[in-house]
Write a protein that binds this ligand. Structure first.
Ligand SMILES: *Cc1c(COP(=O)(O)O)cnc(C)c1O
Length: 354
């Protein structure tokens, strides 16, 4: 949370302003977010999941369609696909990054593929260059779930400036939190206007209810002024917060090089991760986690490979690289709360072995 003096006065201001629903604070939050992120057409919503759902609808995904996706992610990436009635088609990952492998994705494209969902897992940008090629070659929209990757860059620009749709989450544990909230960046101007309708029951804001005629199915997905006010305070120190993740991540990148039993991730050309998590592949993972735990450091697998969930049983397929990656992966603490002495201790422990 932002400093108390800053946040409490802002919250008091909005709570007693007489307007706590979606209003001027939300507009200002979107403007300030756009200044931070450099992206146009930023639409705030009440969660990252809502942002993903809007993206899927804009992409035209309907029951029976196929959406290519990854098993290496948090569940909402994929529960939202099944929410549309579409079938998830798993593609395999690139073993060096944990992110979707463009060649594997290409091999899974069929006539029914309506969208491709890519995830910048742990804050590591996907292979943007190759996925942009795929987006244009096949004319299939790419939805980039950047819930882990706020502030990560491709070619010097923050994510949110490249694909048809990019979404962020401001849930409690993300780089930035509005308690709950999300953002969708929409490349096309007309689709952005449709996204606004989808966000609020299909009703056009700024025109009286009596003059409104709802002609598309919309949802109650808007952000309110209270969450937006928290977001506005967060934005003031966001660069600083993201820098601390990045500093810690780059420290591990340097210091864990050539460490026995450890394989580091690699990053695609022209990308800078924002290290929401620090992911490693390690030998004897159970022992590694135990050793770290007994020294007061929480290391964990964190996510279950999504294709193991019963809900997605129809999509079951062979994913050899996911098999290897999910057998070895582990995450170590990397956020703003990890101080210099902590990260040095973590590196020393790993170097000593387990
Ligand atoms: C957090 C998260 C989401 C969902 O965001 P909510 O704001 O919790 O709805 C989606 N995808 C990924 C990868 C996430 O980590």
């Amino acid at each position: 949370m932002p400093p108390k003096e800053l946040l409490m006065s802002k919250l008091e201001e909005v709570l007693y302003s007489g307007y706590i629903a979606q209003g001027v604070y939300v507009d200002e939050f979107e403007r300030e977010f756009s200044r931070f992120n450099g992206s146009k057409n930023n639409l705030s919503v009440n969660s990252g999941s809502s942002a993903l759902h809007i993206a899927l609808i804009l992409a035209g995904v309907k029951p029976g369609d196929e959406v290519i996706s990854t098993a290496i992610t948090a569940e909402p990436t994929n529960t939202v696909i099944s929410q549309t009635g579409a079938k998830i088609v798993w593609a395999d990952i690139d073993l060096n990054t944990g992110n979707l492998c463009p060649d594997s994705v290409e091999s899974k494209i069929t006539e029914r593929t309506k969208a491709i969902m890519v995830v910048d897992y742990a804050g590591v940008p996907v292979n943007v260059a190759r996925f942009l090629e795929i987006e244009f070659k096949y004319n299939i929209p790419i939805i980039q779930d950047s819930a882990h990757a706020l502030g990560a860059k491709y070619m010097g620009k923050n994510l949110g400036n490249h694909f048809s749709y990019t979404t962020f989450s401001f849930q409690a544990i993300k780089h930035m939190t509005t308690i709950d909230g999300g953002m969708i960046c929409v490349r096309d101007d007309e689709e952005y206007e449709r996204a606004k309708l989808l966000r609020w029951f299909g009703i056009k804001k700024g025109i009286s209810r009596l003059e409104n005629d709802i002609n598309i199915q919309g949802y109650k997905y808007h952000m309110n002024n209270v969450n937006a006010a928290i977001g506005l305070c967060q934005l003031e120190s966001l660069n600083h917060i993201i820098d601390s993740y990045v500093n810690n991540g780059q420290f591990y990148d340097r210091e864990l090089q050539n460490t026995g039993g450890v394989q580091q991730l690699s990053y695609y050309e022209n990308t800078v991760p924002s290290y929401w998590l620090y992911t490693l592949r390690v030998e004897n993972r159970e022992e590694f986690i135990k050793m770290m735990g007994s020294n007061g450091i929480m290391a964990s697998e964190l996510h279950k490979r999504n294709d193991l969930h019963t809900l997605f049983a129809d999509s079951k397929t062979n994913l050899p690289n996911v098999d290897i990656f999910s057998r070895d992966w582990v995450h170590i603490p990397c956020g703003y709360w990890v101080k210099e002495e902590d990260r040095e201790k973590i590196v020393d422990l790993i170097k000593k072995g387990w």
